[in-house]
Write a protein that binds this ligand. Structure first.
Ligand code: ZN
Length: 257
């Protein structure tokens, strides 16, 4: 039986839910991510039985490896999509072609219409900066719209919200109550963005990923577990597009011969 979607979950009795991603690659590979998630990557034509057999063969390796690594939450780590002329940028979950219109002008600007994202500027560098600023503004605008209802549920308000390109994750919450979002959070579809912000705001009450944190998060977003997986897959898909199936450098891989 073949799964109906390109990405899916395989449930393994010892490893739990394992992510299965099919792409244009030629070999099967199993990765253990820094947060302990197991990701199986296969060619598109790979069927469920073959995937399952590969997973089973390497389950002991995955279990051993997972036992060695720490449990840092890497599901929010951010891929680095191109913002260049001619690239495709997800904006709020919808792919938009990016076009640079070079013209002599003092300040660059960004317009979004049916044709995609048009950035007008005097050169490519100015366009690139303008697009980065645009994503920052979109991310902050989106977050600010969601904070009041979340504050009412959680009983806490962030002491500040900012964006930062340097962070490796879509979101982070400091002990001082400052929420930092990556500008590329603007690329996430609405439900994943809402999950992200809710996750970070729950840290205003419970700093660690404790049972109390999880129950607060689940009380507000009952689908949080699935959304966390979806966020993780979103990021992996971006990696697939960008890095030729290269796993993040901190992960370990076991590959078929
Ligand atoms: Zn967290």
């Amino acid at each position: 039986m073949r799964p109906t979607s390109p990405d899916g979950l395989l449930h393994h009795p010892e490893l739990g839910d394992c992510h299965w991603i099919r792409s244009e690659r030629k070999t099967l590979a199993l990765h253990v991510m820094p947060d302990g998630r197991v990701v199986l990557r296969t060619p598109r034509r790979t069927g469920r039985e073959e995937a399952w057999a590969f997973l089973s063969r390497h389950a002991a390796w995955a279990r051993r490896h997972r036992a060695r690594i720490s449990s840092v939450d890497e599901s929010q780590a951010v891929p680095a999509p191109s913002l260049e002329d001619g690239s495709i940028l997800q904006l709020e979950g919808t792919p938009h072609p990016v076009r640079y219109a070079l013209e002599p002008r003092r300040t660059a600007d960004v317009r979004v219409d049916q044709a995609g994202i048009v950035v007008r500027g005097r050169d490519a560098a100015a366009c690139h900066r303008a697009l980065e600023r645009f994503l920052e503004a979109r991310t902050l605008e989106r977050a600010r719209a969601l904070v009041p209802p979340l504050s009412a549920r959680i009983g806490r308000t962030p002491s500040g919200i900012r964006t930062r390109r340097s962070v490796r994750r879509y979101g982070a919450c400091s002990r001082a109550g400052i929420i930092t979002l990556h500008p590329l959070a603007a690329t996430l579809p609405d439900d994943l963005f809402a999950y992200l912000l809710c996750h970070e705001m729950c840290h205003l009450r419970h700093f660690g990923h404790t049972p109390a944190f999880r129950s607060l998060l689940l009380s507000i977003r009952p689908g949080a577990r699935a959304e966390r997986s979806a966020l993780f897959l979103h990021r992996l898909r971006e990696h697939d597009k960008i890095g030729e199936n290269r796993p993040p450098s901190s992960s370990q891989e076991e590959q078929s011969p």
